[in-house]
Design a protein. Structure first.
Length: 177
């Protein structure tokens, strides 16, 4: 199995998750690329697709990559500026999986964790210079402050263990899940 971790990151949180996953999978034949590098998926069997949530799905910078997933095993993972155990997070993952499958890929797993909004956008909203879709409430401001360090080492370790398990199963079963 030859794999590629591709990520898109607006605030650095998805990049942190992708790099943590890459470091934990040293025993596997993996490469890592930012989606801005215009990766070519032709030589890879398994794709690990890191995204930040945008309008209920993966951010649009991954659309070009999605057109290359036909016949590939794809593990989607992402960050969002909301609770990872929310209905919204489930909807984001469901839509990410659907996007992979619509493009002919086989989704072999999914993961999402809390991230946050760009600090500059939050400050602009506080100052009334930015119109975010959702209003900033006392609770959301506290959540953004408390999740400033996300993803945590625990998030990265949990994603890594989930991915390792899937890879072992795929390896030992000859591709069955």
């Amino acid at each position: 199995m030859k794999g590629l971790i591709i990520y898109s990151s607006r605030t650095g949180r998805t990049k942190k998750l992708a790099e943590g996953l890459y470091k934990s999978l040293r025993d596997w034949d993996l490469s890592i690329q930012d989606v801005k590098e215009n990766p070519n998926l032709e030589d890879y069997d398994t794709i690990f697709l890191g995204f930040w949530a945008y309008k209920g799905t993966m951010d649009p910078s991954l659309n070009k990559v999605l057109t290359q997933v036909r016949g590939k095993d794809v593990y989607v993972f992402g960050t969002l500026a909301y609770y990872d155990d929310s209905d919204h997070a489930e909807r984001v993952l469901k839509n990410a999986v659907a996007a992979v499958e619509k493009n002919g890929g086989r989704c072999i797993g999914k993961f999402i964790t809390m991230g946050g909004l760009d600090k500059k956008r939050v400050q602009e909203k506080i100052q009334g210079r930015n119109t975010l879709k959702h209003p900033l409430t006392k609770a959301s401001l506290i959540r953004y402050q408390l999740t400033d360090d996300y993803p945590t080492k625990v998030d990265i370790a949990y994603l890594s263990e989930k991915v390792k398990l899937k890879l072992e199963i795929l390896k030992e079963s000859g591709g069955d899940l």
